[in-house]
Design a protein around this ligand. Structure first.
Ligand SMILES: [Zn+2]
Length: 476
């Protein structure tokens, strides 16, 4: 029975895309809705998002930000105020043209992002240096009319937070941009056990309307990269377009310096593709809605269920514990919670009770061992920490294994043919070289890492002098 169950998930090596689809649906994370490209996030998927959201939200507040809510609709004229911004988003915005049966005098956009709404508001509430900084964040849904979609990774509608801040100086705005990138990296690495590379996007890849974009990039199991969070220094471009000015201490009118930064449900896709295996999801303990699932064995025997429930209430002080006391067979339960990626399974039956022990099984390694009941409360948190750490290490080693350097375009192609992964290569800074690399290899520039290495002195594409090392990859 166990084997048949596992067969329902396509093997990763056979077809990674199908494996992903199998996992998101069979682990009950999502269901499809009748509109192409939109998804229903089911309770298990949503509780995962809730955990990530709570971790991030507390960090956003700890760094001095306040949550607000902006409206869903944006008038066309407002979106058009910043030229680069509208050009960047126009191909994927959804328009509202009618209210009931009446055609609207002005079309409305369903927000693809809320920069312009924040700007309109900031213009009204910022007047003096005393009003700065303004550090706002919103948790919301946004809509982008994508042509090809995939659950969590690219959907017509997704959930996210978008931070929008105003500062007196360029330096303060830059500090903010870096600070929030570090917050994202912290959540990725310490909650989701996803190692990230921090760096700057090239001009070509930066956010529409931004002065510069910082990003965290991670590598999936199949060797493709995924942009996991971005933080933008907007400079004063939006402030000038919207007239957001303040009077400084000398009585002079100045434009504010702005930032924006976003983190989305996409990160759930990253978590699945970094840690998952042929048996399904693997969720890092710090993100897991349920960290330990108790499966009673021979639960019809007297005392077993009572004992299991007692254990649950005791262990709930040290972990997020669930129990499955349904009449399904233990084998079914084992498979189900392995597929759902619950980090630890705890089995307890009549013999264990007699011997004063329980069986613990790790989802990540499959390892099983006995622990005496009196040690459980100390051993369990240690085990969860160990799983968290080893998932991170494993993902990091995988990334290092799949990171190669290339000195010229031929080498670039050979390396990429042999192994999909990150490629470190020098770049002259010319857009033409970036375009050519994409055209000939389908790899895109992921970022200019903050931690630079001098791989060589020459651009990987044109051979001219180069100073910057860029991280390239095929990406989601
Ligand atoms: Zn070049």
């Amino acid at each position: 029975m166990a084997k048949e169950f596992v067969k329902e998930i396509t093997s990763m090596d056979e077809d990674f895309a199908q494996w992903y689809t199998d996992v998101v649906t069979k682990a009950d994370l999502i269901d499809y809705s009748s509109v192409r490209g939109s998804m229903i996030i089911r309770p298990y998927g949503y509780s995962l998002w809730d955990n990530i959201k709570n971790e991030l939200d507390s960090r956003i507040k700890e760094t001095g930000h306040e949550n607000v809510y902006m409206p869903l609709f944006i008038p066309e004229s407002l979106l058009q105020k910043e030229k680069d911004h509208i050009e960047g988003f126009a191909p994927e915005v959804a328009w509202v043209t009618h209210g009931g049966s009446e055609e609207l005098a002005e079309r409305l956009v369903v927000r693809p992002t809320s920069e312009v709404l924040f700007c309109e508001h900031y213009k009204n509430i910022i007047h003096s240096y005393r009003d700065l900084p303004k550090l706002y964040n919103q948790w919301a849904n946004v809509v982008r009319w994508e042509k090809t979609t995939r659950p969590f990774l690219r959907t017509l509608e997704f959930l996210w937070q978008e931070g929008h801040t105003c500062h007196a100086t360029d330096e303060e705005a830059l500090d903010e941009t870096v600070k929030m990138l570090k917050v994202y990296a912290d959540v990725c690495e310490n909650i989701l056990a996803i190692p990230v590379v921090q760096g700057q996007k090239t001009e070509k890849e930066k956010f529409a309307g931004a002065k510069l974009t910082y990003t965290i990039e991670s590598l999936m199991h199949d060797g493709k990269a995924l942009q996991t969070g971005t933080s933008h220094h907007l400079g004063d471009g939006f402030a000038k377009a919207f007239g957001i000015q303040y009077t400084d201490k000398e009585g002079q009118l100045q434009y504010v310096q702005q930032t924006s930064w976003g983190f989305t449900t996409r990160v759930i896709g990253a978590m699945i593709m970094v840690h998952g295996d042929d048996r399904g999801l693997v969720i890092p303990p710090n993100a897991a809605p349920t960290q330990v699932m108790i499966v009673p064995i021979a639960q019809h025997k007297e005392g077993v269920l009572d004992f299991a429930y007692e254990l649950k209430s005791k262990l709930s002080n040290v972990a997020r514990v669930g129990i499955d006391a349904s009449d399904k067979k233990p084998g079914w339960k084992f498979n189900e919670y392995e597929m759902k990626g619950i980090p630890v399974r705890l089995e307890v039956g009549p013999k264990d009770i007699e011997k004063g022990q329980a069986v613990l099984a790790r989802r990540d390694t499959g390892e099983k061992f006995f622990v005496s009941l009196e040690d459980l409360e100390t051993k369990l948190p240690e085990l969860l920490e160990d799983i968290q750490r080893s998932l991170y290490e494993k993902a990091k080693n995988h990334r290092e294994d799949k990171t190669n350097a290339a000195l010229n375009l031929d080498e670039f192609k050979t390396v990429l043919e042999k192994e999909t992964g990150f490629i470190k290569a020098m770049w002259c800074g010319d857009r033409a070289c970036e375009d050519k690399i994409k055209e000939e290899t389908t790899a895109t520039s992921r970022c200019i890492p903050f931690e630079q290495e001098q791989v060589s002195e020459k651009c990987v594409c044109c051979g001219k002098e180069a100073e910057k090392m860029v991280l390239w990859a095929k990406a989601y």
